[in-house]
Design a protein around this ligand. Structure first.
Ligand SMILES: [Mn+2]
Length: 420
């Protein structure tokens, strides 16, 4: 670490991928108002954190907006945040990314300038902050598809200043990438060898520490967009001093997405057992700020809980689970559940259920049976289903069979026949 900081501790709050203006998906339409506010709220929490922590600098590593021409509401959200930060003497640097590239007609050319906020140009540049002893280098994307390694274009710090870099890029190479196509690929090994003490990156939506010395950080999206963006979302609070640099993660998201797929053991007998099992698997709430917790839950296996998720009972069970776990949203997938009964034994019986199950099994095993059934019931089907050709129709009938089986079991299986 360079001595230029003179034993002074520099604090940077580094975030990226705010995607202001983009929707946040929630499992329940009653949460739409909060979903609409989530990205703005995450930014407002970022501002509060920067002020509370007395940050010297705030870095925004690109994709601040979801598009180069965001709606007025999204622009205003950012302007308010920037104004508040600079009013507290916190300087802000922004390096636009592939979602909000700095094209001639983009938001970056029309947004009113705020003193104390530096938006990097498409030509790499460095800004000397003599009072802090640092050099902040960065550059903006000039299009949605930058293929160049922009990291190599950043001007190194002049002697006497500690180099800080801010860039939206895809640090491929020896770090496994996360299903993002390589926009602006940056070789991590080169970042490690370079002249900068800190690399604040953006682009991946999951937070990661990519290297300790020099410190290379991916902050992830400040607010997760949907059920595939689970886990903590927020910003890195970076502390740089002459001796060391540390990074602490600050969770900032309003809506937290969680995903669980559970294969239920027979020992999970009721909703209390299930709620307890889930609570053990969900992360503890780490933020002092209130979060809105949304769970996407898949249940599988032969389980006594099967009956709780049949017919009208299913809505009641979902409501009870939501209350017990203090969830704002719950999306349930329970068609992988089946009753605690031996299928062979059920089919071998002599009652209506046994006859029905045996018939369904026969149709499922034999495509000709499905085709013949399709032909027989065609006139009773919805007109849209009838328009399909006979092969498709047989396939459609085939796809309904598991549902028919579930319905038959739910309606005709006496509870006492379910084994403990
Ligand atoms: Mn991006």
């Amino acid at each position: 670490m360079a001595d230029s900081l003179n034993n002074r501790r520099l604090k940077i709050l580094h975030a990226a991928d705010l995607h202001l203006g983009a929707p946040v998906a929630v499992p329940d339409c009653t949460l739409s108002p909060q979903a609409g506010q989530a990205r703005g709220e995450a930014l407002s929490r970022l501002v509060k954190t920067a002020i509370r922590e007395k940050a010297d600098l705030v870095f925004l590593g690109g994709d601040v907006f979801d598009s180069p021409n965001p709606a007025p509401g999204a622009r205003l959200t950012l302007l308010r945040a920037l104004t508040e930060l600079v009013s507290q003497k916190i300087r802000v640097f922004i390096a636009p990314g592939n979602h909000d590239p700095r094209t001639p007609l983009s938001v970056w050319e029309s947004l009113p300038p705020v003193e104390g906020v530096h938006v990097f140009a498409t030509q790499a540049e460095g800004v000397a902050l003599e009072d802090l002893g640092v050099w902040v280098a960065g550059c903006a994307h000039n299009s949605r598809h930058v293929t160049e390694d922009l990291a190599q274009t950043l001007p190194p710090p002049p002697s006497g200043l500690t180099g800080l870099a801010l860039l939206h890029c895809d640090p491929t190479g020896d770090i496994e990438n996360q299903a993002h196509k390589p926009y602006a690929p940056a070789e991590l090994s080169r970042l490690r060898r370079g002249d900068f003490a800190f690399w604040g990156l953006g682009h991946w939506h999951r937070p990661q520490i990519l290297n300790r010395s020099p410190l290379v950080l991916m902050p992830g999206a400040v607010q997760g967009a949907h059920k595939n963006e689970t886990g903590p979302h927020g910003a890195w609070l970076v502390k740089l001093s002459g001796q060391a640099c540390e990074a602490d993660f600050a969770p900032l998201s309003l809506i937290n997405h969680h995903r669980l797929d559970l294969n239920l053991e027979p020992g999970i007998k009721d909703l209390t057992d299930l709620a307890w099992l889930i609570s053990q698997k969900l992360p503890e709430k780490s933020s002092e700020e209130t979060g809105i917790e949304c769970l996407y839950l898949g249940l599988f296996g032969q389980s006594p809980l099967w009956r709780y998720f049949q017919g009208a009972e299913a809505d009641y069970s979902a409501e009870e689970l939501k209350k017990a776990l203090d969830l704002a949203g719950l999306e349930l997938k329970t068609d992988g559940l089946s009753p605690m009964a031996d299928p062979a034994e059920l089919e071998a019986g002599e009652d209506v259920l046994a006859g029905l199950l045996a018939m369904l099994k026969k149709i499922q095993a034999d495509p000709e049976q499905a085709a013949s059934l399709a032909k027989q019931i065609k006139k009773n089907l919805h007109p849209l289903a009838c328009r399909q050709n006979s092969d498709d129709l047989a396939g459609y009938i085939g796809s309904l069979l598991p549902k028919v089986r579930d319905l038959a079991l739910a309606s005709l299986l006496p509870p006492e026949q379910e084994k403990e």
